[in-house]
Design a protein around this ligand. Sequence first.
Ligand code: UDP
Length: 140
Amino acid sequence: MAIERTLSILKPDATRRNLTGKINALFEEAGLRIVAQKRIKLSDAQAGAFYEVHKARPFYGSLVSSMTGAPVVVQVLEGEGAILKHRDVMGATDPKKAEPHTVRAQFAESIEANSVHGSDSAENAATEIAFFFAGTEILP
Ligand code: UDP
């Protein structure tokens, strides 16, 4: 399988509860390598642009404000089949439907405050990584 990179975000509900290390441990145990990472506070404009694809959905406004309520940790994860592997470790969007070993089953508070974001395709991973990181900030 090819080495891939994916964009991961530890959401405000996770940083508020001091879960950065516990979630990162699950990623690393799954074989994902954190090759870039920074803690930032998203502006409304940044969160709105990042989730632009969901603009017409009823949860968009609430999602954008939940993403700006506390710092997030944005990170680039690298590994074999990293995009799917990360999605597997994240679990289903709705934590009630997530497999027990996943981040969302263990830590998410709700379908909205579900602790983590992960790119869902190679094309989106490239766009989302470039949204937050310059090439020089990624250190494999
Ligand atoms: N979301 C929500 N309500 C929903 C579906 C999604 O608040 O009914 C939020 C949730 O935080 C989710 C994000 O919108 O992670 C993006 O939704 P997507 O369907 O892309 O899910 P993901 O890829 O994050 O599992």
